[in-house]
Design a protein around this ligand. Structure first.
Ligand code: KIV
Length: 313
């Protein structure tokens, strides 16, 4: 594996030995190596490392607020197709839309690790094209890693990306880009056979050189088993509390999403309610003429103001 400028090869036991990582930036910046160090149960650790916190972000102000709040990983998820663009699945979002949002999040992020989701279709045909798409996230948009969905069948692609110095976050379980194959958004891995397949998928993602893996909507017990076996951190969403970290879609956390609310999507605020109330108050104030007030208006110089008022019809 070659090393690019600004990158250091990590020596040691697998999986770190085959990973592409950026050097530590210091100043509390979260990097790929610092995420790897947050794996629980590593023998060199004296105490349990802090759980990894990850949230989605799709724009500059949200990224700034989440980054300043100390979130470890900001994911420009393809969930933006649903929560921002209003589609019924993640499938329609394009590379260009993902790039625009990743650039905006980059501008608002100083401390968190920035991960961009590869949209449906951007890595499903030609592997060379998939690498080119992933490179765009890094070169043009400033992402520090990419995420893609799938287990065993993505082994070769993940290895290719890692070889191109692009850190990869895997994603297995309820992978939303498989919605048509699954016949809906359903909890995965509930039978023994399905659980065994997910275990094989997780092993493949790790063996290919991914630095972390999202486990989505799978039984807690299965997530705990995968977490115990892997050497890379697991980041759960609907996968119980035993993962090395957690991720939520920011719109779910803020109460800004519509429709079915999965049971794991804890709502920490009702921003939707605040937005609705503020908009209704604004409409009322405009209708009643109380907005804008004189203090909220610019004023002409006194002598000119008098002329202007006198000229009013
Ligand atoms: O797109 C997304 O937001 C995701 C997370 C739910 C992991 O993939």
């Amino acid at each position: 594996m070659g090393t690019a400028m600004g990158c250091i090869p990590i020596q040691g036991a697998a999986p770190e030995a085959v990973m592409s990582v950026v050097s530590s930036a210091g100043n509390g910046k979260i990097t790929v190596p610092s995420i790897l160090e947050r794996k629980s149960g590593v023998s060199s650790q004296k105490s349990s490392p802090a759980k990894i916190t990850c949230l989605t972000a799709y724009d500059y102000p949200t990224a700034r607020l989440l980054d300043e709040a100390g979130v470890d990983v900001l994911l420009v998820g393809d969930s933006l197709a649903m929560v921002v663009l209003g589609y019924e699945s993640t499938l329609p979002v394009t590379m260009e839309e993902m790039l625009v949002c990743t650039k905006a999040v980059r501008r608002g992020t100083k401390h968190a690790l920035l991960v961009a989701d590869m949209p449906y279709g951007s890595y499903h045909s030609d592997p060379a094209e998939a690498v080119r798409h992933a490179l765009r996230f890094v070169k043009e948009a400033g992402a520090e890693a990419v995420k893609l969905e799938g287990g065993e069948r993505r082994l070769d692609l993940i290895a290719r990306l890692v070889d191109a110095e692009i850190p990869v976050m895997g994603h297995i379980g309820l992978t939303p880009q498989s919605v048509n194959a699954f016949g809906g958004f359903r909890v995965q891995g509930k039978t023994e056979a399905a659980g065994d397949q997910l275990l094989r998928d997780a092993r493949a993602v790790e063996a290919a050189g991914a630095f972390s893996i999202v486990l989505e909507s799978i039984p807690r017990e299965l997530a705990a088993r995968i977490t115990a076996e892997l050497h890379i951190p697991t980041i759960g969403i609907g996968a119980g509390p035993d993962c090395d970290g957690q991720v939520l879609v920011i719109h779910d956390l803020l109460g800004l999403s519509f429709g079915h609310k999965p049971k794991f999507a804890r709502r920490y605020a009702d921003v939707g309610e605040i937005v609705s109330r503020a908009a209704a108050e604004y409409c009322r104030d405009v209708q009643q003429g109380s907005f804008p007030s004189d203090e909220e208006s610019y004023h002409a110089r006194a002598e000119h103001a008098a002329t202007l008022f006198a000229q009013r019809k």
